[in-house]
Design a protein around this ligand. Structure first.
Ligand SMILES: NC(=O)c1ccc[n+]([C@@H]2O[C@H](COP(=O)([O-])OP(=O)(O)OC[C@H]3O[C@@H](n4cnc5c(N)ncnc54)[C@H](O)[C@@H]3O)[C@@H](O)[C@H]2O)c1
Length: 443
């Protein structure tokens, strides 16, 4: 099939590369010229395990192309995927300006029957808006090209995106057209050779499924953080509780890890957008409000612990941070807990030395230049260097090399043997025996 993917970010690039890998001819479009130029030279704009070789192979064999605008080769495509960002607007709603700009662009280009696929996470009712925007452009051109708009939300996880796309748990297709059903089944069947995992439903049902899925996962995290905070006040170790409840098959072990709050480009904005949708329908989303409030508060927990240990004025103190990405396996720092913590530490007068295996470029973009020039924030290129002259170590992202470090070395390097473990990676008793002051979440 000939496909056009518009928006070449985490979702668009993975989608394009994986479809090309399965034999389709794919044009990936992005308005970011630097990104497209880089991709043509084999430079990936994001860190995603396994993606580089899939992109390189398919670019070399001509099945994957990159361009900065819809052009003639893209116009021959029968299926267009919209994969641009839907960031939160002022009121928490998903900002649809990029999605609708792409819809209008598609309306200006298509000449024969086209399927337009919403892969971006978009509020219920967006497919109708996309349809209206395309129709408006076709009307301006005075042509009556037939088209369908289908919702196909993406469920890939950053850090395992290629694997998730290649072996999806399910693919949701929201449409009421038999023609679309047939085309989408043909497109996705190569990804599910052992058994079909396509779920067909109405367009609005599909749009809601994405939000409900992310909100459910965010709820599990916030619930567990709430229990963790309570455990801490009651002399209970939440890690035992986590295992105690995770062993119940109805609950399961995933997404019940206590920590310093969820971040990333999806959960925070999608929970906010769902709250907005509820409010727009005069419905008070009590559970979602609580999920959001708990998470906002949870992002301050590490700083509060540091304050209790070192006082409110942190002038002259240095904190060594391990991990900047919102989770391991990605360079994405959008809404990361590290960002909140670093801002708080610097505002309180402390200096921060930070290390992350892949997020250093993202970190340079995230914080004001003056912090780097003024010396309050230093990024180092090796994990133990972050601890030099530090009064404490803070683990923020549980990358594998941080899970079982050389604690003798850690103790030698740190000025004070103090560890704040924002992801409960370490055994408190072991560290206390080794002479550390240890503080985790909920233990
Ligand atoms: N990142 C994830 O893990 C993930 C997972 C599932 C769903 N989603 C959803 O997918 C969508 C995309 O997310 P992302 O993380 O890939 O975003 P991203 O910011 O990484 O990429 C979006 C890209 O779209 C480009 N763009 C914007 N306007 C454009 C236009 N008019 N024409 C061409 N390109 C344009 C931007 O330059 C950018 O490169 C969002 O709705 C997000 O919620 C993301």
């Amino acid at each position: 099939m000939k496909l056009t993917i518009i928006g070449t970010g985490y979702v668009g690039l993975v989608t394009g590369a994986c479809f090309a890998e399965m034999g389709s001819t794919v044009t990936c479009v992005d308005i970011d010229k630097k990104k497209i130029e880089g991709l043509k030279q084999g430079i990936l704009p994001i860190y995603e395990p396994g993606l580089e070789s899939v992109v390189a192979n398919n670019y070399d064999n001509g099945r994957l192309k990159f361009c900065t605008a819809l052009n003639d080769s893209a116009a021959e495509s029968g299926i267009y995927f919209i994969a641009v960002g839907t960031p939160p607007g002022e009121d928490g709603s998903a900002d649809l300006q990029y999605v609708l700009a792409v819809a209008r662009e598609i309306g200006r280009h298509i000449n024969s029957y086209t399927i337009v696929v919403d892969k971006s996470t978009v509020p219920v009712g967006t497919a109708d808006k996309v349809k209206a925007a395309i129709r408006e452009e076709l009307d301006k051109r005075g042509v009556g090209v037939p088209f369908d708009v289908v919702s196909n939300p993406e469920f890939l996880k950053e850090g395992a995106a290629v694997e998730d796309f290649m072996r999806p748990d399910r693919v949701i297709i929201g449409t009421d057209s038999e023609q679309v059903r047939k085309a989408m089944r043909e497109l996705y069947l190569p990804f599910m050779r052992n058994h079909e995992r396509l779920l067909f439903m109405g367009v609005r049902d599909a749009e809601m499924s994405k939000y409900a899925g992310n909100a459910m996962l965010a709820t599990k995290i916030s619930f567990m953080n709430e229990i963790a905070n309570l455990c801490e006040r009651m002399g209970v170790d939440v890690e035992n509780v986590r295992q105690g409840i995770g062993s119940d098959a109805r609950i399961g072990y995933s997404f019940i890890y206590p920590g310093a709050g969820y971040g990333g480009s999806c959960f925070p904005k999608d929970v906010k957008a769902l709250i907005r949708m509820a409010k727009d329908h005069d419905f008070e989303p009590k559970v979602l409000n609580a999920v959001e409030a708990r998470n906002e508060a949870q992002k301050h927990v590490l700083f509060e612990k540091i304050g209790r240990r070192f006082g409110a004025d942190l002038k002259g103190l240095v904190f060594g941070l391990w991990g900047l990405a919102f989770k391991p396996g990605t360079d994405d720092m959008r809404e990361a807990s590290s960002v909140v913590l670093i801002r708080e530490l610097i505002d309180a007068g402390a200096s921060v030395k930070a290390y992350d295996p892949v997020s250093m470029t993202a970190a340079r973009r995230e914080f004001p230049r003056a912090w780097f020039d003024g010396g309050q924030l230093k990024l180092v290129d090796e994990q133990y260097s972050a601890l030099e002259d530090a009064d404490a170590m803070v683990l923020v992202t549980e990358w594998k090399p941080f899970r079982y470090p050389d604690f003798k070395r850690v103790k030698q390097i740190l000025k004070k043997p103090v560890i704040f473990d924002g992801r409960n990676q370490y055994d408190p008793a072991l560290l206390r025996d080794a002479g550390f002051e240890y503080s985790g979440i909920g233990r």
